[in-house]
Design a protein around this ligand. Sequence first.
Ligand code: URA
Length: 231
Amino acid sequence: MATRKTPTRPPAKRSPRSGASPPRRPRTVPDGSAPEPVDDSLAALRDAAAGCKRCPLWKPATQTVFGEGPAKARVLVVGEQPGDQEDLAGRPFVGPAGQMFDRALEELGIDRSRFYVTNAVKHFKFERRGKVRLHRSPNPAEQAACRIWLEGELSRIKPDIVVCLGAIAARNVLGSKFRLMAQRGTWQALPDGTRAFATVHPSFILRQRDATSRHAAYRGFVADLALLLDA
Ligand code: URA
């Protein structure tokens, strides 16, 4: 019987220093740029975004807060930017605004875990006041620098429906001519035909001064999101 020759492994290369394997070189990213995704997948886009330094917001933030949800979600939800809790947790819409969004979806009988949820800007912009980090709106240059990630999420997920929460999300998805308070809760079409609509940001409800206005703002939010029931 013929004996089979087992393939031999080439001897491992030894580091000249101590026999340990050489240290992995970190992917260095100069300020003003971001790593290229290694392939066309959503996971590679997420990895690249984790090292993003395209605008100065990466520095004081804890981490990039990328979108989360199924890579084949039919509905993609876009917010403004992570808040304090999202920055610490590394996940979108887990703080008070996220809880308001969850409450509205629950009332409509919609399961948020079916959605891909993300933000127009992926780093938390804030101003320190003592121990508190106060939300600051991202400026147009910061939004523009971050747009490659949202565009990458949209082109990979190819959702049937995009929901914009608030004016910054709406401007980034529907264009600068979109008027949130006049056009909220109405179907729009993106250039590629994808259906989209915008509603207020859940923090708009939280910012209302009294219970009556909070209630009215919340009812309007739920009424806009009800578009998803027939979609
Ligand atoms: N507000 C947003 O727009 N996004 C979040 O993830 C949290 C708060």
